[in-house]
Design a protein around this ligand. Sequence first.
Ligand SMILES: C[S@@+](CC[C@H](N)C(=O)[O-])C[C@H]1O[C@@H](n2cnc3c(N)ncnc32)[C@H](O)[C@@H]1O
Ligand SMILES: CC(C)=CCC/C(C)=C/COP(=O)(O)OP(=O)(O)O
Ligand SMILES: [Mg+2]
Length: 297
Amino acid sequence: MTHTELAPAATDVSGSVRIPRPASPYQGDIARYWDGEARPVNLRLGDVDGLYHHHYGIGDVDHAALGDAEDSESEKKLIAELHRLESAQAEYLLGHLGDIGGDDTLVDAGCGRGGSMVMAHQRFGCKVEGVTLSAKQADFANGRARELGIQDHVRARVCNMLSTPFGTGSAAASWNNESSMYVDLHDLFAEHSRVLEVGGRYVTITGCWNPRYGQPSKWVSQINAHFECNIHSRREYLRAMADNRLVPQAVVDLTPDTLPYWELRATSSLVTGIEDAFINSYKDGSFQYLLIAADRV
Ligand SMILES: C[S@@+](CC[C@H](N)C(=O)[O-])C[C@H]1O[C@@H](n2cnc3c(N)ncnc32)[C@H](O)[C@@H]1O
Ligand SMILES: CC(C)=CCC/C(C)=C/COP(=O)(O)OP(=O)(O)O
Ligand SMILES: [Mg+2]
């Protein structure tokens, strides 16, 4: 499918994104949450190179890139390092999408400010369609795409990821990057399964509670309350995929890879207060940071 066949962008006369009525009061709350979000830990990291993420980082910290306590640039270097780890996370996700060509269309479900969409287009040359509940985020992502001159290929719209306007079988690949904890997984995977072509690839990076712990730990409950989300268990992911023709090809526990990011972030001036909940739950085994890549069969 070429992008000219896609439904027209939902914009009003001023060029901003049209806002559909939320599908539920909860979705209205989540839209308001992200419309109002302006945490320095996200904006200052994004300012490093113009890729704005709302996900966390993976990989080893490059200690040589950090200044020592006397270094007047140490805060700037710390921010650049946290951002590098967040972009590494997105590259890792994109690396599991398979063989994507310039004529393909990808779907980013819960696209935030669009950092991963820009990276996907830069990597594959393809079209990327994102959906978010937040009009502010969609405007931001579309503004960045215009600044980069890639607005014909990268587009965000205000839309519920459980009911998208994308054609059946129209996407070569789709993903959720830390956005699946806001929806019912059966509904979510039914929609990905519909939009993906047979043989297409679905990838998620997510935090999930570990069934081996028994129930969501107090740390998981704290993260849910902090973000107004509903973290699922690893078992729920695999079951809901199996029920929706999504067959896992890779399940990677990224918990050891994300801990260095959190430990570094906990030392920065940009802490938000949620760092200990992530660190403690990753360490006590009640919570895992997982990538799942699945084939649409
Ligand atoms: C933590 S942010 C992740 C953003 C992005 N994936 C990234 O990696 O930067 C969660 C995103 O999920 C979106 N979201 C939550 N529920 C949604 C829904 N039902 N439909 C569309 N987007 C949703 C929010 O609007 C927000 O953009
Ligand atoms: C792994 C889990 C459970 C994620 C929950 C979803 C979420 C809020 C992700 C990060 O967003 P953000 O980048 O806006 O958060 P922060 O401000 O903490 O960096
Ligand atoms: Mg962040």
